[in-house]
Design a protein around this ligand. Structure first.
Ligand code: ZN
Length: 552
């Protein structure tokens, strides 16, 4: 529509009669909102906003439904998730028979695939978290199979994959990983962390067409959940190309920040390459301005770096306190340099020791470079030592929460709690404590590790109860946060983490990135938060997802 075809000053889009959560600093509410040329031109009462309705204005009657700023997922893996969705998708299966049935089904539907790829199995579904090659061999004896689990910290492989990679009982464990073995040294069929690379490096990379399809599928899915922007937390060179390609074609409707991968096998010399990638990486709504530093692993495999050792099966203290993937001194030097160059450091910091050394690195950067606007963020934060809670505010470090994991479920109760013991267990996912200590909260799903649906994650943030068992006991309910705080974290907080300051709140002058829900989220009679649906998603005032009942 050209400017002339509208009445002067009329809005392109008006939302009216709703409960509009603006996420502004006052967390103010409004009833109506108007958009013109992609920006919000009015937020307020129905009467004043309706005055902007012209003959060509689209008017959506909200009828009491909630509107929020578009959700921003500050830590996700959409390309990986999109590729998995198009391959052998195992999310949702619950026992070995079901997994094998899905794998068999996929393999027979894809007789020409040289490799069987995909993933999404859950450690909790296998004894001791270990998936075995013999089970895969029974259904796929001839083609190599490589299936990462949900966390992508393990892969399940068959004998053919081990053979292709030359992995035998004599193969030593690589520096950053472990080959799970039987007592005689024979590989079991599960590869932990860096050991996955022994096989994954042989897998043909997805071609540009498959990458584009995966990304478009992921984007469609995320838009349907009200997500208008995300940070891709692990961008490899082919991923970087895929985003640039999509942005160049004008098909990238979401805003995306790419976190370039810090290669832990290299040193500071890689910074030059990162600078180069960033320089080529600003296309349309895509920018590669963050660097992902994988400081440690996960508790279930004792690869999370802890301040105190893990317990063994009998509850005795071991000598194992986990692994630091990037040595402390290197981490500090890297972060000081990256910060000076204006990169955002994005740390995977899961155990309390990883959290501490990540904060130490940020502190070093603040000391050497002065206060900067790089907005360092720490993700996962499963265990945080109480002494480190106030440091987030002091250092301006963002706490990027994966709230969905803070519940009693099999992985927590059977695999995690016994390894940590009661005292350390009680320091898990300290969301409210971080908030109380003044930390900036952002949220991310870590999709495809777990659901990308923000409303499910927000429900857990508020209840600390698994959505798969809403009658279960809450997990440390004293660490639950308020609904307004959770919504603000998933919108304004994540927008801050993404350096997308023109978005994240619904205020005059801001870009019109908006999510419309199917109900009043704050109505106690409206049912569980996670049952709410997104009926409309807009990016810069353009519709990118609509359900039939949106109206207007
Ligand atoms: Zn992740």
């Amino acid at each position: 529509m050209s400017a002339e075809s509208r009445s002067a000053g009329a809005a392109d889009l008006v939302l009216t009669g709703g409960r509009i959560f603006t996420a502004d600093p006052a967390r103010s509410w409004a009833a109506a909102l108007a958009v013109r040329d992609g920006r919000i031109v009015a937020v307020g009462g129905d009467r004043e906003v309706r005055a902007l309705i012209g003959p060509r204005t689209r008017v959506i009657e909200l009828r009491g439904r909630t509107v929020t700023p578009g959700f921003q997922d500050a830590h996700a893996h959409p390309i990986h998730a999109g590729l998995t969705r198009g391959r052998c998708e195992l999310h949702g299966a619950e026992d070995l028979d079901r997994y094998l049935a899905l794998i068999t089904e996929y393999a027979s539907a894809h007789p020409d695939a040289e490799w069987i790829l995909g993933g999404g199995w859950s450690m909790a579904d296998f004894p001791g978290g270990l998936a075995r090659r013999e089970d895969l061999d029974r259904v796929i004896p001839d083609r190599p199979v490589f299936l990462p689990n949900r966390d992508v910290h393990d892969a399940w492989v068959n004998s053919r994959a081990l053979e292709v990679a030359g992995i035998t009982a004599d193969t030593p464990d690589p520096t950053h990983g472990r080959i799970a073995r039987d007592t005689d040294g024979t590989p079991v069929g599960t590869l932990h962390e860096g050991a996955m690379e022994l096989v994954s490096r042989l897998i043909p990379v997805a071609g540009p067409d498959e990458m584009r399809r995966a990304l478009l599928d992921a984007q469609r899915h995320l838009h349907s959940l009200g997500i208008t922007a995300w940070q891709d937390a692990w961008v490899t060179q082919p991923d970087h190309e895929a985003y640039r390609d999509l942005a160049r074609r004008g098909e990238l409707t979401a805003r995306v920040v790419g976190a370039l991968w810090w290669d832990r096998s290299r040193g500071l010399e890689q910074i030059e390459d990162l600078v180069e990638q960033r320089a080529t990486g600003r296309v349309g709504r895509y920018a590669a301005t963050s660097v992902k530093l994988m400081v440690d692993g996960v508790i279930e495999h004792q690869t999370a770096a802890m301040l105190q050792p893990y317990l063994d099966a009998d509850g005795r203290v071991t000598e194992d306190a986990g692994i630091v993937f990037i040595d402390e001194e290197m981490l500090r030097a890297a972060v000081v340099s990256l910060d000076a160059l204006g990169f955002q450091p994005h740390f995977h910091a899961l155990g309390d020791r990883a959290v501490r050394i990540a904060l130490d690195a940020v502190e070093a950067a603040r000391r050497e470079d002065g206060w900067s606007d790089t907005r360092p963020q720490l993700v996962h934060l499963q265990v945080v030592h109480p002494d480190d809670l106030p440091r987030f505010r002091r250092l301006g470090a963002i706490a990027n929460l994966q709230t969905y994991w803070a519940t009693h479920e099999a992985q927590m109760d059977e695999l995690t709690l016994p390894l940590l013991g009661p005292e350390v267990s009680a320091r898990q996912y300290p969301m409210r404590s971080l908030r109380r200590h003044g930390a900036i909260l952002a949220m991310g799903s870590d999709w495809a590790v777990s659901t990308p649906n923000p409303l499910l994650q927000i429900e857990v943030a508020v209840t600390r109860v698994s959505v798969e068992g809403r009658d279960r006991e809450p997990f440390m309910p004293e660490e639950a946060i308020e609904l307004t705080d959770a919504l603000a974290a998933f919108t304004a907080g994540s927008a801050y983490a993404n350096h997308l300051d023109q978005t994240g709140t619904l205020a005059v002058g801001k870009l019109a990135d908006i999510a419309i829900l199917d109900r009043d989220l704050f109505d106690p009679g409206a049912g569980p938060i996670g049952d709410a649906r997104v009926v409309g998603t807009f990016v810069e005032g353009e519709s990118v997802h609509e359900a039939a009942d949106l109206g207007g």
